[in-house]
Design a protein around this ligand. Structure first.
Ligand code: GLY
Length: 421
């Protein structure tokens, strides 16, 4: 089967690798140098749904799988389906679950999906007044897509005012901040729960845990994710069943009842609080770097399961998973998550041993591999235990070098503590 992957990051590298492992001919638009080792990359200057459609036609794609949220919100699925091409992902209407935080939270409230108390504001003055109804720390969220930069946790009223001013003025995340949500802050551990969905059915993938802050011990500013691990024991079977029923399936039923049936990867970003599970946010795609860890656990059936979802026969699909655990450690460029320096030469990937190295922000220039973005590589490995997976990933990472590289040394530590206590 000819498969087109849309996107260019570590998540898309992992998807392209998995599809190639399952014997398919894989293309990726626009792709990256790592992806070009397992797929044919098709560079694209402009990335509208129509441009991707032209690529899909050119390569005679039997199936297109979309990585990032931007093309989904822009309607790539609607466009492909209108032209009779098979694509896996939600329509633009269903992608609103991620495209608008206000829609998403109001949807959760309408359907009894557990989430933190919140209020939506359209202007700075009302938002400043509204702060009085919340305690500190408080969560401030831009309504629109903000590439992981739209959430601020303000510890004081002064911090909250500064963040609100930055959001409403457009300085922080542009137009995405023209509406802002204020939410209660909940302490607890974050878990990423992702399911392959088709209208009213879902297959849950194993739980993963991301590490959003740039520095060890969850310190420093938020990033897109500095590493993730996948281990069934992140959640008990009872918790998994409860989340599948009360979050995923309830969302699918709710979306269908509102005339926006959902097909695609549904990613519930969860906070495990003393008050039970709360949904922090929905994403309408696979997570990055969660995917790198997740797909290393799939032994067979990834493409067949997606295909089954596009043919309304998801319950008949069989996804075969390995036992044990996997871990992905992200290597980021100098300056990330602020102003990123690019063009640093990357060496040593060929010596990374048992680890798989998924490329994100890399480029070939003058015959050399160089950094080209904030998150550069995702060094990923599996093992019989989480400790073994982490050992292999960090050993692999030890052979890789680029000037200014940053990585966390504590990926998976919460998991290790949980299992040995
Ligand atoms: N790892 C967080 C995300 O993909 O949104």
């Amino acid at each position: 089967m000819n498969i087109l992957i849309v996107g260019s990051g570590g998540r898309e590298h992992a998807m392209a690798w998995r599809c190639a492992q399952e014997g398919h001919k894989v293309f990726c638009a626009p792709g990256n140098p790592g992806i070009s080792q397992v797929a044919e990359c098709i560079p694209l200057e402009t990335q509208t749904p129509e441009h991707f459609l032209q690529v899909a036609r050119l390569i005679h794609a039997d199936l297109t799988i979309v990585g990032p949220e931007v093309p989904l919100v822009a309607g790539i699925v609607d466009h492909f389906e209108a032209h009779g091409l098979r694509i896996f992902g939600p329509t633009a209407a269903a992608a609103e679950l991620e495209g608008s935080k206000a829609f998403s939270k109001e949807f959760m409230a309408r359907h009894g999906i557990p989430t933190a108390r919140f209020q939506v504001f359209d202007n700075l003055e009302d938002a400043k007044l509204g702060l009085g109804r919340f305690e500190y720390p408080v969560v401030l969220k831009a309504d629109g897509l903000a590439a992981g930069k739209g959430v601020v946790i303000a510890k004081t009223k002064a911090d909250a005012w500064t963040a609100l001013e930055g959001l409403f003025s457009g300085d922080l995340v542009g137009a995405a901040g023209s509406r802002v949500l204020i939410e209660d802050f909940w302490r607890g551990e974050e878990v990423s729960f992702i399911a392959i969905c088709d209208h009213d059915t879902a297959i849950a993938l194993p739980p993963t845990q991301d590490h959003k802050n740039i520095f060890d011990n969850d310190e420093g500013p938020n990033t897109g994710g500095m590493g993730a691990y996948c281990d069934d024991r992140i959640l008990s079977q009872e918790q998994k069943d409860e989340i599948l029923e009360n979050v995923i399936l309830r969302t699918l039923r709710g979306m269908a009842s509102e005339g926006k049936p959902f097909r695609g990867f549904l990613y519930a970003g969860l906070m495990m609080t003393p008050d039970g599970v709360k949904v922090l946010e929905f994403n309408v795609r696979l997570g990055d770097p969660e995917t790198q860890a997740l797909l290393l656990r799939i032994e067979a059936g990834f493409v067949d399961t997606i295909l089954a979802a596009t043919e309304h026969r998801l319950p008949s699909a069989h996804l075969q998973l390995s036992t044990g655990a996997t871990a992905c450690v992200v290597m980021a460029a100098h300056g990330y998550p602020g102003k990123v320096r690019t063009g640093d030469r990357i060496s040593g990937i060929e010596n990374s041993g048992e680890a798989m190295v998924f490329h994100a922000g890399t480029k070939f220039e003058d015959g050399e591999l160089k950094t080209a973005g904030g998150r550069v590589l995702g060094v990923t490995a599996g093992g019989a235990t989480l400790q073994e997976a982490l050992n292999r990933a960090y050993r692999g990472l030890g052979s890789i070098h680029f000037d200014g590289m940053q990585f966390r040394r504590d990926i998976g530590q919460k998991g290790l503590k949980r299992y040995t206590n």
